[in-house]
Design a protein around this ligand. Structure first.
Ligand code: SF4
Length: 336
């Protein structure tokens, strides 16, 4: 089905900071984690050295993406504080933080709201049968716990990104039910900015040899998702995982409108480098699509942010010219 929306496709000029790769979960498809205690935590000095040159590269969003320290661990408070401090540092240096650090307590989420313009957590899939397979050793992947995270984010008025991981053992019906659940939560709180549809793409570090999701099915999944999700939720696809240019265009025709954070390295799928702006434009523009940068928070959520955060958002939106266009462009899009 052809989805007739705007011909604007957005992406976020981003850089990913990883406070730590250590994670107490062991999802069988993971290409990110290290065992607890084996991955040194990023220091603020290291982060500062990485962040400072990024302004000249047009980066606006700092995605803080972390493995999880167990909630009962004596190291949990230090882990959380490091994430908080990295967000604060990124803000102080004039960037917009967006944290995805897995499952958080309500209090942790409320604290991170102060130093993030938006946050994220993949719902992945709701079906409990994955707890016997890919999530057998991943206590954080309890479906009800992840749904609760989405609820809390809504209650706390945190602009939020979530998404599905496709091809990890779910059926199509499971997929539609996961999307329905996202829709229902969004209808209560109105806080979901984007839903990512991420095809499982095997990498060199994962323990399972499960096959990749067939990306040629992705346009069909996008079209169905577009019908299930409320129209003010943008569908995002990772362009590095859809390497066939004609199929990337088919994904847009089906209703995807965002390509997510484009960063030098996709930390979740390190075997699949991101195409740069130039390469993406060469694919999109001849087909009549305009590729524009966006901020990690949509303008309609401006008054959910503290005055301090609003000041940083406005400064970035106004100093980077294309951002202003994008900022306004999304406003038009979300008001349709
Ligand atoms: S996918 Fe996320 S939660 Fe699962 S092991 Fe990897 S880092 Fe941990």
């Amino acid at each position: 089905m052809l989805y007739l929306g705007s011909r604007t496709v957005t992406y976020s000029p981003a850089y990913t900071l990883v406070p730590t790769y250590e994670c107490f979960n062991r999802c069988s498809y993971c290409n990110f984690r290290d065992d607890p205690g084996t991955s040194p935590w990023m220091t603020l000095l290291q982060a500062e050295a990485v962040l400072k040159p990024l302004h000249s590269q047009g980066v606006c969003e700092i995605l803080i993406l972390s493995g999880e320290v167990h909630p009962q661990s004596s190291r949990r408070a230090g882990w959380f504080q490091r994430i908080y401090d990295l967000c604060e540092l990124a803000l102080d240096l004039g960037f917009l933080p967006h944290t995805n650090a897995g499952i958080l307590s309500y209090a942790e989420m409320a604290l991170l709201k102060k130093v993030n313009v938006s946050m994220g957590l993949m719902l992945e899939q709701l079906t409990p049968k994955l707890l016997d397979t890919v999530h057998k050793h991943a206590p954080s992947k309890l479906p009800e716990v992840r749904l609760q995270q989405l609820e809390w984010a809504g209650e706390l008025q945190i602009p939020f990104t979530t998404g599905l991981l496709l091809g990890i053992g779910e059926t199509q019906q499971d997929c539609w039910e996961s999307l329905e659940a996202i829709s229902q939560i969004h209808q209560r709180w109105g806080h979901i900015q984007e839903v990512i549809l991420q095809p499982h793409s095997p990498g060199s570090q994962q323990i399972s040899n499960a096959p990749a999701f067939d990306v040629y099915q992705l346009p069909e999944v996008i079209a169905s998702s577009r019908e299930i999700l409320p129209s003010d939720i943008t569908i995002q696809i990772p362009p590095n995982l859809v390497t066939d240019a004609s199929w990337l265009l088919a994904c847009l025709d089906a209703g995807a409108r965002d390509l997510g954070g484009i960063s030098p390295k996709d930390e979740v799928n390190p075997d699949y480098p991101h195409p740069d702006y130039q390469k993406l434009s060469e694919i999109l523009e001849p087909a009549g699509w305009e590729l524009v940068p966006r901020l990690p928070v949509y303008p309609k959520y401006d008054n959910w942010l503290s005055q301090e955060l609003q000041t940083v958002v406005r400064a970035i939106a106004q100093t980077v010219n294309p951002m202003v266009q994008c900022y306004q462009g999304h406003e038009r899009q979300t008001r349709r």
